[in-house]
Design a protein around this ligand. Structure first.
Ligand code: AMP
Ligand code: MG
Length: 349
């Protein structure tokens, strides 16, 4: 299959074409404010099957339906609880996915067999124009091959999806860089199933106490059944083994220096994920500054691109500095700890 890569034009022809492809059962990758999505008609089981195939994604891992009009939620959800309405008022359009009881119109292939449905109203002009042009809810997981870091620019999508999908809409680099926060509003106390840019504190300001699913912070294996089925898969994994070192900054730097020295003496190529503040502290290794500790948003923005560049750098081992577990740090560490297969060394405690 030929995959066309196109930038939206002023006349709207490219967006109209993308919408037509989706309506006809094809697949289009498109930018959102979080990461690039791989979109297909969410009401067409054959399109969902194509999405799973293009990604190599297990079919019990449900897809998020993307809408371009808040009222579309009432066609897709059997019930919209009050907490959900408050969250929609506060954060839609935006990087927040809500889990509802599903309406009978939503195919089980889209929801991975679940009787709930995940819905998001993204805040990105190209995503919204494309969904409108398609005229259907757009099922879209991240546009990466299953197990690789999510794409944050069109070039990343091309690396994974050339020849597998009909079109890539190139909208440049995305803003946020980590996937949406997922909140299950079907329970009496709403629960975060996946942390993201909308933090627990932000949610609690709107609806009061919110719980966090165990799968966010604890190891879940393939035999477990976390509430967001996707959380059990080893996501975001670079090819080389990754270890996180966390603790006070000076001790983290010292420990990584020692580990990098050891790798070097064994003839191994060592990648290091550092920050703007510490990148000059590592004489050995291929060093990537992922962002600034003073601005956590910059770390979220660059994280997946750095993981992809570490793959290109052909390193044998990777060491990463750890980050705070609070606020946006919860989303960053959730992705990083999963990428590391939970290999974390705590120092200075
Ligand atoms: P991605 O599309 O790659 O951002 O992944 C979508 C995430 O949403 C996965 O972790 C899914 O398991 C989760 N998800 C989608 N639909 C549901 C649902 N109905 N209930 C719980 N989690 C869901
Ligand atoms: Mg994904």
């Amino acid at each position: 299959m030929d995959t066309r890569i196109e930038k939206p034009d002023r006349q709207g022809r490219v967006i109209a074409k993308a919408g037509e492809i989706i309506r006809n059962g094809g697949l289009v990758a498109f930018p959102t404010e979080t990461v690039y999505g791989l979109g297909g008609d969410g009401m067409n089981p054959a399109a969902s099957a194509k999405i799973y195939e293009a990604k190599g994604r297990p079919s019990d891992n449900p897809l998020i339906l993307h809408i371009a009009d808040r009222n579309a939620v009432y066609d897709l959800a059997a019930e919209v609880p009050l907490a959900a309405q408050k969250l929609m008022d506060a954060f839609w359009p935006g990087p927040l996915t809500l889990i509802f009881p599903k309406a009978s119109s939503v195919p089980l292939t889209t929801t991975g067999g679940l009787n709930t449905v995940a819905i998001r109203y993204p805040d990105h002009p190209i995503a919204l124009a494309m969904i409108q042009a398609a005229g259907v809810p757009v099922a879209a997981p991240s546009a990466n091959t299953s197990g690789r870091p999510s794409p944050t620019r069109a070039g990343h999508v091309a690396e994974d999806m050339i020849g597998r999908i009909d079109m890539i809409l190139d909208g440049g680099e995305v803003g946020i860089g980590v996937e949406s926060t997922i909140v299950d509003v079907t329970q009496p106390v709403p629960m975060i199933l996946r942390p993201g840019y909308i933090t627990r504190e932000m949610l609690e300001q709107v609806i009061g106490p919110v719980e966090t699913d165990e799968a966010v912070t604890h190891w879940v294996g393939s035999g477990d059944h976390p509430k967001a089925p996707g959380m059990k898969y080893r996501h975001y994994a670079p090819r080389a083994p990754l270890t996180i070192v966390e603790g006070p900054q000076s001790e983290v730097v010292e420990t990584i220096q020692t580990l990098a020295e050891r790798a070097f003496s064994q003839g191994k190529r060592c990648g290091i994920i550092a920050t703007e503040e510490t990148k000059g502290d590592y004489p050995r290794g291929i060093v990537f500054a992922v962002g600034s500790r003073r601005q956590e948003e910059s770390v979220a923005h660059n994280l997946y691109a750095v993981l992809r560049r570490l793959d290109e750098a052909n390193v044998d081992v990777i060491y990463s500095e750890g980050f705070s577990h609070d606020h946006l740090g919860m989303a960053i560490m959730n992705r990083l700890v999963k990428a590391a297969g939970h290999h974390v060394i705590a120092v200075g405690k």
